[in-house]
Design a binder for this molecule. Sequence first.
Ligand code: AMP
Length: 418
Amino acid sequence: MTIDQFNFAGKKAFVRVDFNVPLDENFNITDDTRMRAALPTLKKILADGGSIIIGSHLGRPKGVTEKFSLKHILKHLNELLGVEVQFANDCMGEEAAVKAAALKPGEVLLLENLRFYAEEEGKPRGLADDATDEEKAAAKKAVKESQKEFTKKLASYADCYVNDAFGTAHRAHASTALIAKYFDKDNKMFGYLMEKEVKAVDKVLNDIHRPFTAIMGGSKVSSKIEIIENLLNKVDNLIIAGGMTYTFTKAMGGKIGLSICEDDKLDLALDLMKKAKEKGVNLVLAVDAKVADSFSNDANTKFCEVNDIPDGWEGLDIGPKTEELFANVIKGSKTILWNGPTGVFEFDNFTHGSRAVAEAIVEATKNGAFSLVGGGDSVACVNKFGLAKEVSYVSTGGGALLEAIEGKVLPGIAAINE
Ligand code: AMP
């Protein structure tokens, strides 16, 4: 079933969204992209004459935690939707069930953070550090058991299920995947956001126009190793940027000063370089760096060769020669995937490289390339530079996007398609 085919008139829809938005210390939303991304789906349901039960997580609570209450986003949701949204202080319990049952067409109920319950993720909580393997196994079994009841209860609120939370589609959680089995094929579907995400991933996986260039930035090789290995089978150019750079540089015998480095991944870096060569992939590494004498925006800075960083200095962004090198590769590409900044873009003095990459992607896109930007930090970059509208697609998924591009079947997607 597709959302466009479905008529929600008189129906109650359980919509799983990803309202895991960043909040400041006063609980103000600092970036509402994820909320706005779900609006087309929510509005379509209301326009049809349906009602909505919204389920989401916020942060990583280990139980009921005021800081992670979804009531903080209620006011903004009211404004975005133009509807007075009701709130259930507990996603289980009497209140949620009564409020869901009483919903009339055009009404919306937001459930409290689903992750206040361990059952949402299906992982045991509160285990003692010295718990034995038997205790761990028993706790896991217990939470999996109660997860069934939890899931069934969520499903009982609604007539149909809509998954619009791409950001959590790689998790087989109660509300993102397991719930789908309580609805038959004609009553479960992707929301518009999810449909768009699936299409964008499909384009990068199955409709590649070459050359295909991936730019992988961020801090650690270890967190991106699987995707990098997988990309070596797909791309023509693989640009390595960000903190990962220095693990490669050191592995090749370069001097990296205090730059971030995973010393236990040096062999892995060399192995990746070897694999790239074998597969005929052009692995593009930084040649120079913008280095700082401390990890701070106000540090003293200079440019130097990436393999000759003085003692006491650390690379916090790429240098001008690297910017040009990366930009030339990007501008010559027809399919582009960007994940992860080239430097510590949170510090204004170290955003230049990421901006150069973003601008090159925009130029390539103008010349007909398909560009997909995903992963929290690269999305924050294109937003910061005001360039989000000038790339082909900005994904709301970080881990989910990378896993999809690795070719993994995402549980949240499979559950709808089953
Ligand atoms: P990731 O979560 O792995 O995508 O990494 C993103 C983080 O990498 C951002 O917070 C950046 O500040 C950080 N990062 C990028 N380049 C560097 C660098 N040269 N040194 C330290 N951190 C970096």
